[in-house]
Design a protein around this ligand. Structure first.
Ligand code: FAD
Length: 319
């Protein structure tokens, strides 16, 4: 079959769906994306987003997929229209901390000097990774997909067979929605709440994954700073909670006193698609269409996006 005749229907317009759709379209496939909500309203749009393997499993595959994505993001950071920037930041700990398990992927990582540590912290590591400004980046992916001939429709499906009935190849990138579409009971939400404030001139990100209250991070972008957060397993309320927002602001200001009095620009909640293991594998749907699943990326969907999209494509080429 000529490359131009291959057709794929991607379910999901978040970072997983759009990245997979871009790769397919640029490989010559005729690609259509069906998404229940526009890209800017997905969980992906809420992400902070740092390249950081968080709450995604298993570690060996996450490392491989994450390394692959890191290489792509490093290249994308050379193009200011992508919204990807290489940023140095610190992961912090109150106690002496071992080298992070993902350190080999990043390469240059150093122990933070005492003077770099916020009050109350005893240790930290400094490293430079991509910070991906999601509203800009998702728009970049949409434009790149359209340039390659891809089409996006706002359309919710209730079964994958519905997609398989109109296209012989389906890629399931439905995030949390995959639970319902596949009947996969191992998928669960990990609620993340953030707020955005005006950037008082910050350039480094700060991250405390083990804060006694909840995961706490400060991620400066060009015009704003994303402050987080929460990782509430099983919670699925999409309304920002004012008490949680106040706690986030307190925790982040303790980390970075320059945030004191920063103008609050907005609040957001996203539901990370948790799963004991990221699922990238093919399945035959009732009716005979091939479906490659690409979901369950937890708190690292951006970090894993290019690696998982490549793995999904490999299944299609192999199949
Ligand atoms: C606060 C917060 C901070 C985060 N920070 C980071 C970070 O720093 N780094 C990082 O790598 N990750 C981060 N994440 C995690 C990351 O956002 C997710 O892992 C990622 O967005 C998952 O992307 P996805 O495309 O798989 O799913 P989603 O973005 O949820 O997209 C799913 C898509 O599927 C569509 N869909 C679902 N059901 C259906 C249906 N039935 N029919 C049609 N379409 C359907 C939806 O409309 C949507 O378009 C963060 C998440 C949150 C909430």
């Amino acid at each position: 079959m000529a490359a131009g005749e291959r057709k794929a229907l991607v379910i999901g317009g978040g970072v997983s769906g759009l990245t997979t759709a871009v790769m397919l379209a640029e490989a010559g496939w005729r690609v259509r994306v069906w998404t229940a909500v526009p890209p800017e309203q997905t969980t992906s749009a809420v992400a902070a987003a740092i390249w950081y393997p968080y709450r995604a499993f298993p570690a060996d595959q996450v490392l491989a997929w994450g390394s692959h994505s890191l290489a792509v993001f490093r290249t994308l950071a050379g193009d200011p229209t992508t919204g990807v920037h290489m940023v140095e930041g610190l992961e912090l700990s109150r106690e002496p901390m071992p080298e992070p398990w993902w350190a080999t992927a990043v390469g240059s990582l150093r122990r933070a000097a005492g003077a770099e540590l916020p009050h109350g912290y005893g240790d930290g590591v400094a490293f430079t990774v991509p910070v991906i400004e999601m509203p800009v980046y998702l728009a970049y992916l949409v434009a790149r997909l359209q340039r390659a001939g891809g089409v996006i429709d706002q359309r919710r499906i209730t079964t994958l067979a519905e997609a398989g009935a109109v296209c012989p190849v389906v890629v399931n990138c439905a995030g949390l929605g995959a639970a319902e579409l596949t009947g996969d009971a191992s998928v669960f939400p990990i609620r993340g709440q953030v707020l955005r404030v005006a950037n008082p001139g910050l350039t480094r990100f700060l991250l405390d994954d083990h804060h006694p209250r909840d995961v706490t991070y400060v991620v400066p972008r060009r015009r704003d700073v994303v402050l987080g957060g929460t990782a509430q397993q099983g919670a699925s309320d999409l309304r920002p909670d004012p008490e949680i927002a106040a706690s986030i602001l307190r925790r982040c200001t303790a980390l970075e006193p320059a945030l004191q009095g920063a103008q609050v620009l907005g609040h957001a909640v996203g539901l990370r698609p948790g799963r004991p293991a990221v699922r990238v594998e093919p399945e035959t749907l009732p009716g005979g269409a091939v479906c490659v699943h690409n979901y369950g990326h937890g708190g690292a969907g951006v970090t894993l996006s290019w690696g998982c999209a490549t793995a999904a494509l490999e299944h299609l080429v192999a199949g």
